[in-house]
Every structure is written in structure tokens, then in C-alpha cells.
Design a protein around this ligand. Structure first.
Ligand code: TRP
Length: 481
């Protein structure tokens, strides 16, 4: 049954505008900051291969589903789900999907702006020549000093949050469309330049082997979960960000084509970032598993030694901030759209509320940088009420607040959100409604996607989850007995 709504928030001006905005959402810290360090932590090639498979089998089909739901509902994810529930006479509990997405967006934004703030600080540090001729140790200690300075982190976190709020307050078309049009291509070019520099470093081969030679003995079940979680994270899937962007999409834009285009662009940027960073890591004898500080401890070294380094370095960090900026916007847009729809707030009011809340949550990450773990905090709290004998040393207690938020959102909330999006599109909605909105010209292509979203994608997500909690190895042992 054809259902055609219009969005009260407006519409992208063209097909290209949607592609750019969605690519702006997808390409961000996930590609340049997170992908390299989690690849380093999880052993390289096998992790990258699993990640690429997840993009193809899980990410792209779910992106198509999520955009489709958004465009059919044409409201914030919460109200889109409500509208689709009514259209399809589905169970009211499906509304939880919208709410869980808003929660995930808040949590991700809370740390995202802290890391983006670090990138912003590095714009000025690079421009000021702080890394000229620096050594690996020098760069590392500069980063360590920076992250132990809670006041500095807080200040940059505040500035980045404010920047994000400015764009969101102005609405979808305002500054965002324009910014992404120039920034995305520029980022791409400068990444190519960095890869060109890395090509000359001597250890380029070793980096290529590390990234693309899969050694499955190096990846754990948890590593596979992290690879899958990252496929969701990097494509902005599973929380309604792409859904809300889909709700501003024109009816004549192809969901399938644009989703594939966006995913390819996103993957290319991540792989280029890997090819730029790992040669620097190996040439300088750095630790691939250095963690979240990896790009801040490697790239400044390249900038400190290449001709024109402080110019290109400054440019690079500016573009990284822009990439993060255009992503951060999509993290809070679902909540802002909902406040405007349901509470009758102006966009500005809604943005201020949402931004203040994520800013506050961000303090947890600011203080994580000093290395305080969740266990330490729990221990303190327990101690203050006389329970100090309790030992908080499980796996999650050993994480920092940032680590815990990241793990919870990327590896659990987003894949769960994506799983339910797939089930809703594949099983709950009538096939006719899906077909009507999907407008895939070609019957075969639609049929293929429909089978994947119904069977392959949910199965893959569930298997990875079961594997991570040890059910798959247990089953295997059972069979082999
Ligand atoms: N995809 C972005 C990145 O790679 C981050 C991001 C923006 C995101 N919006 C999202 C992640 C929604 C998950 C969900 O940096």
C-alpha cells in the first residue's frame, strides 16, 4: 500500500546532497581514529577481513533497510517507528527501537566529542610547529601530557560540542550540505597524500601484510564481535542516524545505489587511513596495539618529518575535525527531531537541551583519559558506604568509563538495533510495503536484498553474538564429542 508522508523538517535539496550528508555521517573518527587502533589491537589482517565481510553482508543490507524505514516514516526514528507500527499493525514494543537509538546516540556523542576535541587541539599544535623534527618518544609524551590534563580535554570537548550544536540548530540544509561538499573530497585527497608519504617509508610492505594477510590465530571471538560492531559504527547504523537522514531523502533517490556508494566511500577512507598509519608504526618501531591514542602518536611523526609537514598536518587535523563534525551532527539529530516533533520546541531549544546532556555525559570520558577504571570508581563508591571488601575486577570493571561506553554502544547496542531493523523490515512489514518503498527497479536485485535482510543478516549478527558469549565454541565441542 503506497504511503507517502512529508517531513516537517524539510528535505535534502538533491540526491547528491543525501549522499554527501550520509557519507559525512559515516566518514568520521570511526574511519581514521578508531579503525586503525582496533585493527592494531586485534591483530590486523583477519580482523580487517571480518570487518569487510560484515560491511558487505550486514552493513550494506541494513543501511538499505534503515534508510527505507526512515523515508517511509519521515519523522524522528521514535515517531517513524510509531507510524510504521500503525501502518503495519505491529506490536507497540517496536517503539523501543527508536528509544534505544536515541540512548545510543547520546552515549556515543558523549565520548565522540571528547576525541574530536583532541583532534581540534592537534590542529593548533601542528600549526604551531610542536612536532617539527619530533621523535617517537617526544610525540608520545606530548600526547600523554595532553590526555592527563583534564582541564584541556574539557575545554576542547566543550568547543566541539558547541560547534556541533551550531550546525544542528540551523537545520539539515543550512551549513551541513555545504560543508560536506568541500570537506569530504579534500579529506580524501590529503589521505592519498599521506599514503604517498607512507609508501616511501620502507616498511610499507610490512603494513600491507599486517592489514591484508589474514592470520586467524590472531583474532578472538571478542575480536570478531568488535569487527562487526565497527561495521555498524563506521556506517552510522543501528541507532536511527541513517534513518533520520533517510527521512529527509527525496522520493526519487535510489536507496540501494546510494547505500552502496556511501559504504564504498566509507570503507575506502578507512583502508586509506590504515595504509597511511601502519607504515609509520612499523618504521618507527611503535606498538600497533597502542590503543585510542594511536593516530595522535603516529601521524604527528610523519608531519614532523615530511616537507611542508606542518602545513599538511594542520590541514589533515582540520579535515579530521570536519569529518567528525559532520558525523556528530547525525548522532544528536534523531533526539533533536523528536523534541521538535513532540515537545513543540524550536530547533535551537531542542539542540541546546540535547547538547547539554551529551556534554555532561562526556565528563565520564574526560576523566577516563587519566586511566581511572570503572572498577576504581565502583570501589570508591562501595568504600564510602562501607563495602570496601568487595572486589570489582571483572572484565568490564577493568575498562575505563570511555571503554565501557564504547564497548556497550558499538558492540552491543548498535548490532542489536541493526538486528531489529532487519527483522522489522524483513519479517514485520508487509512485503508489499517494503517493495513499494524500496523502488529497486530490478526485481532480481530486490529479491536478493530481501532474502539477505530476512535470513542472512540476522543469522550473521546472532552467530557473532553467540560466538562472543561462548555458545558457538560450546556447540562445536558438543558436536565433536
Ligand atoms: N560513523 C561515524 C564514524 O565513523 C560515527 C557515527 C555518526 C555514528 N553517527 C553515528 C556511529 C550513528 C553509530 C551510529 O565516525
Amino acid at each position: 500500500m503506497p504511503v507517502r508522508r512529508t517531513s516537517m523538517h524539510g528535505q535534502w535539496s538533491s540526491r547528491m546532497a543525501f549522499v554527501l550528508a550520509a557519507t559525512g555521517s559515516a566518514v568520521g573518527l570511526g574511519n581514521i581514529w578508531k579503525f586503525p587502533y582496533i585493527t592494531g589491537e586485534n591483530g590486523g589482517g583477519a580482523f580487517v577481513l571480518v570487518y569487510l565481510i560484515c560491511i558487505a553482508v550486514i552493513g550494506i543490507p541494513i543501511m538499505m533497510a534503515e534508510v527505507m524505514l526512515g523515508r517511509r516514516g519521515r519523522q524522528s526514528p521514535i515517531n517513524t517507528m510509531r507510524a510504521l507500527i500503525a501502518d503495519e499493525r505491529a506490536h507497540g514494543a517496536w517503539r523501543l527501537l527508536g528509544w534505544a537509538g536515541v540512548a545510543a546516540g547520546f552515549l556515543i556523542m558523549s565520548y565522540y566529542s571528547v576525541i574530536a576535541g583532541e583532534a581540534l587541539a592537534y590542529v593548533f599544535r601542528t600549526a604551531g610547529g610542536m612536532f617539527d623534527g619530533a621523535t617517537a618518544d617526544g610525540v608520545r609524551s606530548i600526547f600523554a601530557a595532553f590526555t592527563s590534563d583534564a582541564e584541556a580535554l574539557l575545554a576542547w570537548h566543550t568547543i566541539f560540542t558547541a560547534l556541533t550544536m551550531v550546525v544542528v540548530a540551523r537545520g539539515v540544509r543550512g551549513g551541513l550540505e555545504m560543508a560536506t561538499k568541500i570537506m569530504m573530497p579534500a579529506l580524501f585527497v590529503i589521505l592519498l597524500l599521506l599514503v604517498g608519504y607512507a609508501l616511501d617509508l620502507g616498511k610499507f610492505d610490512q603494513a600491507v601484510t599486517f592489514l591484508f594477510w589474514p592470520d586467524f590465530s590472531k583474532i578472538s571471538a571478542n575480536g570478531i564481535l568488535i569487527a562487526m560492531g565497527h561495521a555498524f559504527f563506521t556506517l552510522s547504523l543501528g541507532m536511527g542516524a541513517i534513518m533520520v537522514y533517510g527521512s529527509y531523502m527525496r522520493q526519487d533517490t535510489s536507496i540501494a545505489k546510494t547505500s552502496i556508494l556511501i559504504s564504498l566511500a566509507d570503507t575506502t577512507v578507512a583502508l586509506l587511513a590504515g595504509l597511511a598509519i601502519f607504515p609509520i608504526v612499523f618504521t618507527n618501531g611503535l606498538e600497533p596495539a597502542a590503543g585510542p591514542g594511536l593516530i595522535f602518536q603516529t601521524l604527528p611523526l610523519a608531519f614532523g618529518h615530511m616537507p611542508g609537514g606542518s602545513f599538511f598536518g594542520t590541514l589533515f587535523f582540520i579535515l579530521l575535525v570536519f569529518a567528525a563534525w559532520s558525523s556528530a551532527i547525525s548522532l544528536i539529530e534523531p533526539a533533536v527531531a523528536w523534541l521538535v516533533e513532540n515537545r513543540g520546541l524550536s530547533r535551537v531549544d531542542a539542540t541546546v537541551r540535547v547538547g547539554s546532556l551529551t556534554w555532561l555525559l562526556g565528563l565520564a570520558t574526560v576523566f577516563s583519559a587519566t586511566g581511572v577504571t570503572v572498577g576504581d570508581i565502583a570501589h570508591k563508591i562501595a568504600g564510602s558506604v562501607g563495602l570496601s571488601t568487595f572486589a570489582f575486577n571483572g572484565r568490564f570493571f577493568q575498562m575505563t568509563a570511555f571503554g565501557l561506553i564504547d564497548y556497550l554502544t558499538a558492540n552491543i547496542m548498535l548490532p542489536l538495533g541493526g538486528l531489529f531493523i532487519a527483522i522489522f523490515a524483513g519479517w514485520v512489514m508487509a512485503k508489499r510495503s517494503v517493495q513499494d518503498e524500496m523502488d529497486v527497479g530490478n526485481r532480481f536485485a530486490f529479491g536478493l536484498w530481501y532474502i539477505v535482510i530476512r535470513f542472512v543478516t540476522p543469522f550473521a549478527v546472532i552467530v557473532v553474538f553467540l560466538d562472543a558469549i561462548g555458545v558457538v565454541p560450546w556447540l562445536r565441542a558438543l558436536i565433536q564429542r
